[in-house]
Design a protein around this ligand. Structure first.
Ligand code: ZN
Length: 723
């Protein structure tokens, strides 16, 4: 570099230095100015801005809870709903900041909280001191609007010193009918996780999506809110009718009380009583219940739900508690299996007729027992003395095991098993409820089709299965199969939900009856229906055999039904599961009702009259409610009962004393058989040894000690087996 160039460079450097110095001075001055400004702002408006920041901290990014959809009954009555509730949240950090600004905030806040909620002030002070650095302490959960409103009002007062408290919105699941329909409805944990029933099966449908709100400061330092709204869940309409459900549960409760301590001391009316009512025209379940009931609003409470006393509950381990509760929550009607007994006889008869193996004119001779395997003990009929020569209709009317064994033997393994599957025995029905039992290992198969060698059907199994012993079913299977037997042969998938609706009540999906298959023809169905009518209303035959379903009759109606009396394993212990399944009205069945009574509390269990009693009580109330009216003259032996019930009904309305009532009271009036139109005379049953003279019922002379248990114990019952 030359000296000229060097001088030039120095000149530039000096000028640059001067400029830099100037910039430095300006920056310093600006900083001083800003500091002064900050001090000034702090002095004059500091509080305003601090508040802004605090506000910001209090309401930044909140989850907005969705509302889980409701569950309605078929008429729109609310069975499960979600009510808005509030968690009370303390933000100790914000409270501390406020305290620094305005003395007395901590004291005012904790005092107010102790006044409205379940904490003492000293407890709150401890919480506050321990969690000073936290921003989120849940003090109270699921408070209603009313429960927080006073505190809320106090917080909104001018100059309120209550700070760092806010209310987090959420929903609480409520069941207005408590235990009614508990097995079908189910409950929720954590507000939106369904357990059992519709709550579990339709949990995803009922749930929605959470929303979120964000707060931020805009350019003018004002807080702005952005809200992404929550999407509420869909609601579902059940096929259940609360009124019918109430009739069913009342009848079950009544039975449990009536027969409590009747034989086994300290026990209710039976081990289990359960009932399924469905519409055979589409598979809709109208009511479903058992004596295992629990309050959906407090499903975990073993004391309130009657499982244990306070003292007992205190000694329970968690496992014992849960075991007991699981037994209570389980839906017997879909999850438990048992040997059905004679209620499946209509299906055996229908199958044999449909397959063209028997015809309606056939007769069977019942000598009281049938030797099925040469050299082995015979398998007995319920009537040890034998029913004598009976018609096909008689085989159902009198529930003759001997005739049914002969029919099944004619069918052979292939046809018998084929029809069992057609009627869905061994398969799940696919009902829209969780926990339906698998029955594929509690039925028989033909030869190599058997998943296990012991499930291959043999002559003894064929014989016992024909009258409902040796294989297991669930209640929903029997109700669905029976429905197809009397509705013209249409097997509908049973279901408990008929409609899915959005939060505005608009229909999202409608579940019409799903026809799975046809089981039998209309003609066969009509015949079976007629036989089932006779099983309730038929006359005593020339051999003195009496219809077995008489106790369930309701005067004025025509209907049909079948009894069941299944001896439980181990055989010979005197334990029975008795049942009754029936339909009404006779012409166009609108309702099927199935009742089981497992181990009735009696020294003499094997009589289906226990189940008929419940069935009659339920149907007597349900039929008028379903607008199914009386069309028939009462049977001769029911005139007194008919008059008594109708006098009760007519009493309040005096002007009702019309000609009709007078006629019915006149017992000299000839009795007309509604089927034949002929005049009938009531049979004289006195002196018939097979008739219980007290009840008028067929005496049960069922299998006792020498019953061939070696033949029958083939399939173990799986009362606890579910998947
Ligand atoms: Zn018989």
């Amino acid at each position: 570099m030359t000296s000229k160039e060097y001088k030039k460079q120095r000149k530039i450097n000096n000028r640059l230095k001067q400029k830099l110095a100037l910039i430095f001075v300006v920056i310093v001055l600006a900083l001083v100015g800003l500091s002064v400004r900050i001090v000034y702002i702090n002095e004059t408006n500091g509080e305003k801005y601090t508040k802004k920041i605090l506000q910001q901290q209090e309401s930044n990014s909140l989850t907005l809870a969705y509302r889980r959809g409701d569950i309605y009954d078929r008429n729109g009555t609310v069975l499960a709903t979600s009510e808005k509730v509030y968690n009370v949240i303390l933000d100790p950090k914000v409270l501390t900041d406020h305290e620094e600004l305005t003395e007395g905030c901590v004291d005012a806040t904790l005092t107010a909280l102790s006044e409205y909620f379940s904490y003492t002030k000293s407890e709150l002070i401890t919480i506050y001191n321990e969690k000073k650095t936290s921003s989120y302490v849940v003090l109270e959960k699921q408070k209603t609007k009313e429960e927080i409103s006073e505190l809320q009002a106090k917080m909104e007062e001018k100059d309120s010193k209550i700070k760092g408290v806010w209310f987090e919105e959420g929903y609480k699941r409520m069941y207005p009918y408590n235990s009614l329909g508990c097995n079908v409805i189910g409950y929720t944990v954590s507000g939106n996780v369904g357990q059992y029933g519709i709550e579990e099966y339709y949990s995803n449908t009922l749930n929605g999506t959470n929303g979120r709100s964000y707060t931020y400061l805009n350019e003018d330092l004002e807080s702005e809110k952005v809200i992404h709204e929550a999407t509420d869940g869909y609601s579902v309409m059940s096929t259940i009718d609360v009124t019918l459900q109430g009739f069913v549960e009342d009848a079950i409760d009544g039975f449990m009380e009536r027969y409590a301590n009747a034989y086994r001391q300290g026990e209710g009316g039976a081990k289990t009583v359960a009932c399924v009512m469905m519409d055979p025209r589409n598979g809709e379940i109208l009511a479903m219940a058992s004596n295992r009931k629990y309050d959906l609003n407090q499903p975990y409470d073993v004391v309130a739900n009657g499982l244990f006393t306070e003292e007992e509950a205190a000694t329970l381990t968690d496992e014992q508690r849960l075991d007991a509760l699981n037994g209570l929550w389980r839906n017997f009607c879909v999850s438990d299996t048992y040997e059905p007994g004679s209620t499946v006889k209509p299906m055996t008869v229908a199958a044999a007729m449909e397959a063209g193996i028997i015809n309606e004119n056939e007769c069977y001779y019942c000598d009281g027992a049938q030797v099925v395997v040469a050299g082995q003990k015979p398998i007995h009929c319920a009537k040890r003395a034998g029913h004598g020569m009976i018609t096909l209709e008689g085989s159902l009317m009198f529930s003759c095991n001997d005739a049914l064994m002969q029919i099944a033997a004619k069918m052979g393994y292939n046809e018998f098993v084929r029809y069992q599957r057609l009627f869905n025995f061994g398969l799940r029905t696919g009902i829209d409820l969780p926990g339906e039992s698998r029955t594929d290992t509690v039925v028989y198969y033909v030869g190599d089709d058997a998943p296990y060698p012991n499930l291959a059907i043999g002559p003894a199994e064929l014989a016992t299965c024909s009258f409902g012993q040796g294989f297991n079913v669930s209640m929903i299977q029997v109700a669905s199969a029976f429905s197809s037997c009397i509705n013209g042969g249409y097997y509908y998938q049973p279901h408990v939900v008929k409609k899915v609706m959005d939060s505005n009540g608009g229909t999202v999906e409608e579940m019409e009856g799903t026809l799975l298959r046809t089981t039998i023809s209309e003609q066969t169905s009509a015949k079976v229906k007629q036989y089932l009518y006779s099983t309730m209303y038929g006359e005593v035959d020339p051999n003195g055999n009496s219809a077995t379903g008489k106790k369930a009759r309701i005067a004025g109606y025509a209907m049909g039904g079948k009894t069941g009396t299944a001896q439980k394993i181990p055989r010979g212990n005197g334990n029975y599961l008795v049942s009754f399944i029936g339909y009404a009205p006779y012409d166009e069945p609108q309702v099927v009702c199935y009742v089981i009574v497992d181990e009735p509390n009696s020294d003499y269990q094997p009589t289906s009259s226990f189940a008929q009693e419940i069935w009659k009580e339920v149907m007597q109330k349900s039929l008028p409610y379903l607008n199914i009216y009386e069309t028939e003259e009462p049977p001769a032996d029911m005139i007194d009962e008919y008059n008594a019930t109708h006098a009760e009904k007519a009493e309040p309305e005096e002007e009702n004393e019309g000609e009709e009532t007078v006629k019915k009271e006149d017992s000299d009036e000839p009795i007309i058989d509604p089927q034949t139109g002929e005049v009938v005379t009531p049979p004289d049953l006195s002196g018939d040894p097979s008739i219980d003279q007290e009840t008028g019922m067929l005496k049960d002379l069922t299998q006792d000690d020498d019953y061939p248990s070696d033949i029958l114990v083939v399939v173990q019952p799986s009362l606890d087996e579910t998947e």
